[in-house]
Design a binder for this molecule. Structure first.
Ligand SMILES: Cc1cc2nc3c(=O)[nH]c(=O)nc-3n(C[C@H](O)[C@H](O)[C@H](O)COP(=O)(O)OP(=O)(O)OC[C@H]3O[C@@H](n4cnc5c(N)ncnc54)[C@H](O)[C@@H]3O)c2cc1C
Length: 435
């Protein structure tokens, strides 16, 4: 008996671990509800995880298969399941976050020699691409140049097993998928919905993606990120499908999936990014740990139109466009000087697509904390951003109906804040005298 341990790969298509397990005998699937991940997160994100776990269970059942659900610390649960079912081999898709690596190491120690790791959640798994001198990439453009070679070689992906062998164990406790209400509407869960959403995007919006991706309402993008985050949709299949269609929109879109892999690669090589700026000198900015300011930012009550509309959209939907994410993160880091770690954590837990590596990269890039070649002195003009990326103000009005009414006093003076940041940042960026 083989066990397929699903984590952030809640799908059956293009799933090398499932494919290899099915090639070598009968199998059963497992989703372990890990309190280390689920407890600290938000109800909306738990609800999204449970909905996709339920959809995966149904996908298994449609082909006669069984998906077990267990709860607990993985390195305690896996040995129990292995013993209970007489499992010979466990197949799983490798994870590269700091917690994922720790979990997998502990679990391997608990069931030595039994886990077979596969790749499947990245086009280029973290750690694979290195600079010619053997060190990790720190800048996106040269990383992406190498990444494209692999992307262009991708095929259709692996098909799910046609039929899973039935499990002759009527006594086996399958385990309940919990239900938790979400405070935001969830996208339709499951891989069938994800594959349909991918095809609709490729047909309707991919050809113009390079022109519309920066819209503040996020309608130029695919909105597939909540599916990618839980591995409900294979990024390799998505890249292959887009490149097969081709064109400028496709190349731009695939380049964004290269950012996803670049983010995972950065964090893999520098796990300290969880708490520390990529360039630790930036941790020396004069942070303002002001609870009132933080609450105003969270609630979308800063009196600054773009920031408030974006944060209210996030609170009401669990989504925000990339352009708005850049603006609210830059506002929080450079202008409000909110301790970035606190803001980044809050943000991740409100997003349905919250992803440790992409979120850290996004915050540290937008905040000018040393990721990539983003210059520290670039500070968005928030009004100009609206004029360029929501020229009719439709998105702004939707989330901020009071916009255009009597002027609201902002919580900070933007120009004074900009000057304060630039002065502090220039001191930090100043080249050090030779030692
Ligand atoms: C401050 C900040 C925080 C962010 N936090 C997250 C996060 O927690 N989770 C997350 O998935 N993305 C994050 N991003 C990246 C990006 O904003 C979202 O992936 C994108 O907005 C999702 O919308 P979409 O699916 O329509 O993207 P599309 O434009 O359709 O892009 C396709 C896919 O590429 C990936 N992608 C796109 N842009 C990026 C990027 N800059 N970095 C990494 N991957 C990217 C996503 O998987 C996305 O679904 C963040 C960006 C910033 C600036």
């Amino acid at each position: 008996m083989n066990l397929v341990w699903h984590r952030a790969d809640l799908r059956t298509h293009d799933h090398p671990a499932l494919y290899q397990a099915a090639q070598s005998g009968p199998l059963v699937g497992l989703v372990n509800l890990d309190p280390h991940i689920l407890e600290p997160t938000s109800p909306r994100r738990r609800a999204w995880f449970y909905a996709n776990t339920q959809a995966l269970r149904e996908a298994y059942a449609r082909r006669g298969g069984t998906l077990l659900v267990r709860y607990g610390t993985p390195w305690e649960v896996l040995p129990q399941v292995v013993a209970e079912l007489g499992v010979q081999r466990v197949f799983a898709i490798a994870s590269y976050t700091p917690y994922g690596l720790h979990r997998d190491h502990k679990t391997e120690q608990a069931i030595p020699g039994r886990i077979h790791w596969c790749e499947g959640n990245h086009v280029q798994p973290p750690g694979r691409l290195l600079k010619p001198d053997g060190t990790p990439y720190t800048v996106y453009t040269p990383y992406a140049k190498r990444w494209w070679g692999e992307a262009e070689r991708l095929g259709e992906g692996l098909l799910p097993p046609g039929r899973f062998p039935a499990l002759e164990r009527p006594d086996l406790e399958l385990g309940q998928v919990p239900q938790e209400p979400s405070d935001v509407p969830l996208p339709p869960p499951g891989e069938e919905a994800a594959l349909q959403a991918l095809e609709a995007f490729l047909r309707d919006r991919l050809p113009t993606y390079h022109q519309t991706r920066d819209r503040l309402d996020g309608q130029g993008g695919s909105r597939l990120s909540p599916y990618f985050t839980l591995g409900v949709l294979s990024p390799r299949l998505a890249v292959h499908r887009a490149l097969h269609i081709g064109g400028e929109g496709a190349r731009k879109w695939v380049a964004e999936l290269a950012w996803r892999d670049f983010s995972a690669d950065l964090l893999y090589h520098r796990p300290q990014m969880l708490h520390q700026s990529f360039d630790p000198r930036w941790d020396g900015l004069p942070w303002v740990d002001d609870p009132e300011l933080f609450e105003a930012w969270k609630a979308g009550e800063t009196g600054i139109a773009l920031v408030d509309a974006a944060m209210r959209e996030l609170n009401a939907t669990g989504f925000m466009s990339n352009r708005a994410r850049m603006a609210v993160a830059q506002f929080a880091v450079k202008l409000a000087l909110l301790p970035w770690q606190k803001a980044e954590q809050h943000f991740k837990n409100r997003l349905l697509d919250g992803d440790t590596a992409s979120n850290l990269q996004g915050w540290q890039w937008a905040g000018g904390l040393g990721v990539d070649a983003a210059p520290y002195f670039r500070v968005f003009n928030l009004e100009r951003q609206v004029a360029q990326h929501d020229p009719e103000g439709v998105w702004l009005k939707r989330w901020l109906p009071e916009w255009g009414g009597p002027p609201v006093q902002p919580v900070i003076d933007l120009e004074a804040a900009r000057q304060r940041y630039l002065a502090a940042a220039a001191r930090i960026a100043k080249p050090r005298p030779p030692t």
